[in-house]
Design a protein around this ligand. Structure first.
Ligand code: 8YV
Length: 324
């Protein structure tokens, strides 16, 4: 339960767009100020108010990067709406003693459901079949082409954290053979471990990216990994676009060197490579992994609990590991 405090007025910053209900609570209960999008308004705002801000509320899409953090000398906490916080400079935060929170657990099921949904859609061609019907092609073209069976497929999961495990459970229930690669072996799982992303891709029909974003995973799904997945392999990404070599991905999807891709995330959101629009071997979502009423409500609650925890007690409910 969050406790509104007028003492916070002018000390809380909304950095980047947030859900209207969250933005409204920040404004009315905390007197939060909103960072202007563009200079010169942004620079003038930071010159006038930057020194007063103690907490910044943001999302993975925006974050508190090096420049913004530097312009906020009294910042004590970055409160991130979302599990991914790769847009926030956590190294600088750690050096400065700035706490960072995210919203883990509450979105695990929805992101895992999205990975499952993308896989079913892509391999069975559900969206493509829907387009086929809507275009009036069924009576003229005959039946829709045969597609790829999902149950029993070999599924490789890159990153066996909370979301990766929830994805694994779902595919295990479909009788799929699940294996994974993570930086470290995950204790307490029966899933087979692959030593590298390439080895995982080579042993998989479907490669699902569920690792965190950021510098440590940039380009992890390289051209070589996509080659190992091959023309009969499918890539699913519910993590961050930065994890995949998007240039290689687009090229290989176009030439048939990769079987297909189901994507919720992209390198430069909200921009999606337009070459993909014409392809039927891709399913494209606009970063909706956690986007349900139920999950977004929980994410908002946890975000506000973290803010209240910091303002009232100087502690966070769900600090990220790097700054905990
Ligand atoms: C976003 C996400 O937070 O949690 C994450 O890391 O990618 C999403 O849930 C959400 O889209 C708000 O930006």
């Amino acid at each position: 339960m969050t406790r509104p405090t007028t003492a916070a007025a002018g000390r809380v910053l909304q950095a980047g767009p947030l859900a209207p209900s969250l933005a409204a609570t920040l404004r009315t209960s905390y007197g939060a100020l909103q960072l202007p999008n563009e200079d010169p308004e942004r620079a003038a705002f930071l010159a006038a108010h930057g020194g007063d801000i103690v907490a910044a509320v943001t999302s993975g899409r925006f974050g508190v990067g090096t420049d913004l953090m530097t312009a906020l000398p009294r910042l004590g906490a970055v409160i991130n709406f979302g599990v991914g916080y790769d847009t926030t400079d956590t190294a600088l935060a750690r050096r400065r003693g700035v706490l960072v929170s995210n919203t883990p657990d509450v979105l695990t099921d929805c992101v895992a459901d999205t990975a499952l949904g993308l896989t079913l859609d892509l391999l069975r061609g559900l969206s493509a079949a829907d387009r086929f019907v809507r275009a009036g092609r069924w009576p003229h073209d005959g039946g829709f082409p045969l597609m790829r069976k999902v149950s029993g497929a070999r599924v490789g999961i890159l990153g066996l954290g909370r979301i990766g495990r929830a994805i694994a459970t779902r595919f295990a229930a479909l009788g799929c053979t699940v294996s994974y690669h993570s930086r470290k072996r995950a204790p307490g799982t029966a899933y087979a471990y692959a030593d590298s992303p390439d080895a995982l891709a080579a042993a998989s029909d479907v490669l699902i990216v569920a690792t965190s974003g950021g510098a440590g995973t940039r380009g992890l799904v390289s051209r070589a990994v996509l080659r190992a997945l091959g023309p009969d392999g499918y890539l699913i990404n519910v993590s961050r676009g930065s994890v995949v070599d998007e240039h290689a991905l687009v090229e290989m999807l176009t030439t048939g060197a990769l079987g297909g891709a189901g994507l919720d995330v992209y390198a430069a959101e909200p921009h999606v490579p337009e070459t993909l629009f014409a392809l039927d071997n891709v399913v494209l979502l606009p970063h909706v992994g956690s986007a349900t009423v139920q999950t977004r409500t929980e994410m908002e609650r946890l975000t506000l609990d973290n803010l209240a925890g910091f303002l009232n007690h100087g502690t966070l409910v769900t600090p990220v590991p790097e700054t905990a």
